[in-house]
Design a protein around this ligand. Structure first.
Ligand code: GSH
Length: 213
């Protein structure tokens, strides 16, 4: 039985949970409470010396980092795929580039915004909030342009590219950011994603300032 060590509002853990749902894989979810510093306990550090969720254990195999976990799941449980087909090298690298961009730029930027707006009003850095809003706006303009050629998802079929953006894309409205106004391609893309039961598992999850991602 697969075990997933995770913190529910972690966007990286959500990436893995979407892939597990896409592939109809059952697993035990083992909560790691970041607010209680569970991730700094020796038993967790034995699984991931960097002390971060998510971690996936499949029999004798222990893997950390959402991208690497999802690559493992794709290798081990290939159907249905979450990467463009082997042989479509350009499309596969496009999917991976979007995933990397979401993980290293989009997701952390929104994490910072969540932390900043969670502060008591008098302590918020309004200039920082404005800069972060502008950064998110630039990404949305870019994504809308990337989706303009009528393909259903960022790298053709639904893939890790879309999965990596989904966790933070669907909390933007809680931050007062309208991702879809005047962006018909993003609007259609988000609606297509919401048709998938795997993406609907994100519904009701709040953006948590404990999770820096
Ligand atoms: N690159 C990692 C990032 C994972 C990550 O940053 N997880 C956060 C929670 S959202 C964490 O565990 N933070 C605890 C810490 O850094 O102390 C991945 O994709 O899995």
């Amino acid at each position: 039985m697969i075990k997933l060590y995770d913190f529910l509002s972690c966007p990286y853990g959500q990436k893995v949970r979407i892939v597990l749902a896409e592939k109809s894989l059952t697993y035990d979810l083992i909560p790691v409470d970041l607010a209680q510093s569970d991730h700094r306990k020796p038993e967790f550090l034995r699984l991931n010396p960097f002390g971060r969720v998510p971690v996936l254990v499949d029999e004798d195999t222990t893997i950390y980092d959402s991208t690497i976990i999802n690559e493992y799941l794709e290798d081990e449980y290939p159907e249905p795929p979450v990467l463009p087909a082997i042989g479509s090298s350009a499309m596969r690298s496009r999917a991976r580039s979007f995933e990397d961009f979401a993980d290293t730029s989009f997701t952390p930027q929104i994490g910072q915004l969540i932390s900043e707006v969670a502060k008591p009003e008098g302590e918020r850095d309004q200039n920082r909030i404005q800069r972060l809003h502008q950064g998110v706006e630039r990404v949305l303009v870019y994504l809308d342009r990337e989706l303009q050629h009528g393909q259903p998802f960022l790298a053709g079929e639904f893939s890790v590219a879309d999965i990596a953006f989904a966790p933070r894309l669907f909390v933007l409205s809680h931050l007062g950011i309208d991702a879809v106004a005047n962006r018909t391609n993003i609007d259609a893309w988000m609606k297509r994603m919401m048709e998938r039961p795997s993406i609907r598992t994100l519904q009701g999850l709040e953006a948590d300032p404990v999770c820096p991602g």
